[in-house]
Write a protein that binds this ligand. Sequence first.
Ligand code: DX5
Ligand code: ZN
Length: 217
Amino acid sequence: MKTPLIAPSLLSADFGNLERDIRMLNQSNCDWFHLDVMDGVFVPNISFGFPVMQAMARVAEKPLDVHLMIVQPEKYIAKVKELGARIMNVHQEATVHLHRLLVQIRKEGMLAGVTLNPSTPICMIENILEEADVVMLMSVNPGFAGQSFIEHTVEKVRQLREAIDRRNLKTLIEIDGGVCRDNARRLVDAGVDVLVAGSAVFKAANPAEEIDILKGA
Ligand code: DX5
Ligand code: ZN
């Protein structure tokens, strides 16, 4: 059975003890650090920006997966690169020239990630699948941690898996929002490679153990 990569979302960490929480994740079996950037325009919330992420990056010992919930993400390629991010994830809905943006992200040596809101169908990225290293499906409406998983995303995962396999691509499927021990197995079976988990990890009595449970789901 396939073992998923686990990307805990730092949005649910204790911001007063970020260093402690990041060191805990360094010691755990998680794979990526998922950093949620919100601008108050693309989504109805504001989280953190580059100065905070630079502080996180100094402590983090695993690849940074930067999820930009902002308009015009193309303006920030250099800043995300400077941060040392491994994955730059941009929303299909937030940019006009998606193909150009993905090509530029790859040119900077990062993995190009494209994210779809729950209401955006898979066909919107059919023509740029070759340019994406990661496709992330939102299973909640972006903006907040701790929301309930939107069920129809499982069917979208299956459709996307089929499109990727049909074209013999290596594109990773990532899922973000409401992921927990009760739906992790189903998601991996449907074809997910990377599970993002915020509240499931940080609200657990033992976050490192919860990461192992998600991995083995
Ligand atoms: C939502 C963010 C998610 C969120 C996940 O806008 O993109 O990454 O932090 O949190 P949970 O796992 O609690 O839904
Ligand atoms: Zn996210």
